[in-house]
Design a protein around this ligand. Structure first.
Ligand code: GLN
Length: 277
């Protein structure tokens, strides 16, 4: 069987199984198994694939067909052009979240930055690698997530200090910029998410309480006392939370509140600065 036939078989199985992203995932798994990029694939597509690779690919396609996220099969996800290790203990970094990093990169030069609910560490590490901050620190409640985040920082050569704790409970310092992509999906909506997410990603990274806003309320209680004068707080939000989260920022004394849209035109980031004490 040629590489091309193997790829077609994978695409057909995933498409027939109504798997989201059937085509790109069949490609991704082929690249993973063959260690060939697409250019090389096109040169060699008529060559026979080794038996071992055929077996491995078919096994991965079968797993993807049972709704295991493709990133759990390859063990990685790209974010801001960097390759992050992922596991079922962390939320897979989303492209939507790149907006939060892009908004902050121009602001962090020489600044002290804290990422709360860091998960895989993608936000903290991308800021440390792609910007010139004074320091970057990050927290998470999950020890298991912090282990992945630490491995990512090491793999990518990023200087980030990680702390375990519930939001700011183990943090005493003040920062110029605090960022968070907390869980923000309303509890009753979580059960209706696609099986890749609902069954395979950590509930604690998704569930934002009864109305999805519980973590924003808790963060806004705690963040102001950890921000330097003029400090900035920025969060990712759900597409329908722009108004509610902006209002919470206002209630807690933030100014110059901005609600930014993602590439799909949905509200995705709320940020504001704190001057009055
Ligand atoms: N900060 C991580 C991310 O943006 C994890 C977020 C989370 O677990 N809610 O991917």
């Amino acid at each position: 069987m040629t590489w091309r036939e193997l790829l077609m078989e994978g695409k057909n199985i995933l498409t027939a199984g109504k798997i989201e992203d059937a085509e790109p995932d069949a490609w991704l798994l082929l690249e993973y198994v063959s260690q060939m990029d697409r250019a090389r694939f096109f040169l060699r597509q008529q060559e026979n694939a080794p038996e071992e690779n055929i077996r491995q690919y078919r096994d991965l396609i079968r797993q993807r067909g049972s709704h295991i996220p493709v990133q759990h099969l390859t063990g990685t996800q790209e974010f801001m052009g960097l390759e992050f290790l992922v596991s079922p203990d962390v939320l897979v970094p989303r492209q939507d979240t790149e907006l939060l990093v892009e908004k902050l990169l121009p602001l962090i030069q020489g600044k002290k930055v804290l990422d709360i609910c860091t998960g895989s560490g993608c936000i903290a590490i991308a800021l440390a690698k792609l910007g010139v901050p004074k320091l970057v620190e990050a927290t998470d409640l999950s020890e298991k997530a912090l282990e992945i985040a630490g491995r990512n920082a090491e793999k990518l050569g990023a200087d980030v200090a990680f702390y375990q704790g519930d939001l700011l409970e183990n943090i005493s310092a003040k920062y110029d910029i605090i960022v968070s992509n907390p869980p923000y999906i309303a509890s009753e909506v979580v059960g209706g998410l696609m099986p890749e997410v609902r069954k395979h990603e950590p509930l604690m990274a998704l569930d934002g309480g009864a109305d999805g806003l519980v973590l924003y309320r808790r963060l806004l209680e705690q963040v102001p006392s950890h921000l330097e004068q003029g400090g900035i707080f920025a969060v990712e939000i759900g597409y329908d939370q722009g108004k509610a989260v902006s209002e919470l920022f206002r209630k807690h004394g933030f100014e110059r509140i901005e609600c930014c849209k993602d590439l799909c035109g949905n509200d995705r980031v709320v940020m504001g600065s704190l001057n009055e004490r």
